[in-house]
Design a binder for this molecule. Sequence first.
Ligand code: SF4
Ligand code: SF4
Length: 291
Amino acid sequence: MQDTRNIIKEKLTPDSKLTFKCHPGIACFNKCCTSIDILLTPYDVIRIKNRLGISSTEFLAKYTYSVLEKKTSQPMIYMQLLEEETHPCPFVDVDRGCIIYDDRPAACRYYPVGQVTHRRMDDKNETPIHDEFYVIVKEDYCLGFQEDKTWTIEEWRENQEADYCDEMNREWKNIMMKQDLPRGEEFDQKRQTMFYIASYDIDGFRQFVFESRFLEIFDVDAVTLERIRDDEIELMRFSFRYLKYLLGIHEEIDLKPHVAEKQKQQALDRLAQKEAEMVARLAEAEAKKHE
Ligand code: SF4
Ligand code: SF4
């Protein structure tokens, strides 16, 4: 478990300096890949499950656990560490280090830098403002801080190719930040499950869109449909629109205008049934994990 006391409480900017170097020859090699919370984003899941050649559903069941965020009840997922004495990440190899290095999660790319996004309202209390800054996580065992290499935080981000991950994750992070804004509705179990599927289980979400009555209810234009059918990243972006619909942030997906009220209700009922099936499937997968 990462100790928050090891976070240096100084807000850093992209121009702030960091003296640090990590390399395979260092005595603490791999230590940071044990007993640590690794938060995963939707884009992390897509990269890693493709790297492993498995479905997102399988990846989630085998390598992750979920936790409900206390304030918003939104499901967050973390890497499931191995039940060995040191609790290593399942992807760390004693000699080779990270075996999914090119597709490692954003949190691992940034380490020992932490990226913090803080939402506050403007002076008139009307518009939310997202403050983004960086912090340093300095564990006692990490010898990288004793190395003779200095970067700006921006140079470190570039070196770790964190920019592209940030771009992919930004919309989702914004959704997470805004989630407590709409209507103060309770985030019930069904919405938690659909939030989980739309956020993390891209293969389950594809099935939901193309194999339920989703497309009979929601007005998805032909260009979007073409894009999301074969392009996972486009499907991920579309899932963010669905998340906004689910959370009532914006009506980002319209219901079909020609769907008559009765048909609409029937279709919504069937969609709810599909959602219930997915909730049950997920509960079953969770139960199997604990057998
Ligand atoms: S994903 Fe790779 S870098 Fe991240 S903790 Fe696991 S082994 Fe270490
Ligand atoms: S220097 Fe720090 S980041 Fe690098 S392997 Fe050692 S503990 Fe991990």
